[in-house]
Design a protein around this ligand. Structure first.
Ligand code: MC0
Length: 149
């Protein structure tokens, strides 16, 4: 069902400062930046491996743009840190239906727009061992999983 980790989402209060940390400490560069009004975030995608044409993995730095957004609430409760983990799939609607059938609450009845033209659906953290989990169908092609991987 899943081929890779698409991204790890990290909540931060100051996106530019977080980008500067990841660049100067690890050498990661920003592959993409956007504002997602619906989700209430300004975000930067830092590519860890692969290419932006499909199959890559990213760190996703998230700064809230509204006080009532999920990331703002998370920061208020927990401070900065890992906010969610996102699995890549070639079929987000099918994967959502499959996990819903296993008793996990899917927070998005219909997939919503995500980073870089992707389509996304979130799973409730309380049904996933405390981990807010996101399913991502990237805009680009999903690579086949290597045998045995
Ligand atoms: C809340 N909880 C979390 C959590 N956020 N647990 C783990 N990781 C998180 N990130 C816990 C709370 O501490 C609480 O636990 C319980 O879940 C219920 O929380 P709540 O009071 O209902 O809190 P809300 O209102 O903040 O809702 C939580 C919920 C919401 C996960 C339902 O944040 C949501 O719908 N998230 C999905 C959308 C999202 O996160 N968008 C931002 C990223 P206790 O034990 O206290 O009951 S957008 C993004 O990432 C896009 C752009 C992309 O990837 O392309």
């Amino acid at each position: 069902m899943f081929t890779r980790i698409d991204h790890v989402g990290i909540a931060c209060r100051d996106l530019d400062a977080a980008v500067a940390f990841y660049r100067s400490t690890y050498g990661f560069e920003v592959a993409h930046e956007e504002v997602n009004e619906e989700q209430g975030v300004r975000e930067a995608m830092l590519r860890v491996n692969g290419t932006d044409d499909g199959g890559a993995s990213y760190l996703q730095l998230l700064e809230p743009i509204r006080d009532d957004s999920p990331v703002a609430r998370f920061l208020e409760r927990n401070g900065e840190g890992v906010h969610h983990v996102a699995f890549g799939t070639g079929d987000v609607a099918g994967a959502s239906a499959a996990v819903a059938g296993r008793g996990v609450r899917v927070l998005d009845a219909e997939p919503r727009p995500g980073s870089m033209g992707s389509r996304i659906a979130f799973l409730h953290p309380k049904d996933c061992g405390g981990v807010l989990t996101e399913l991502v169908q990237a805009a680009g092609p999903e690579p086949d999983r290597e045998p045995g991987s």
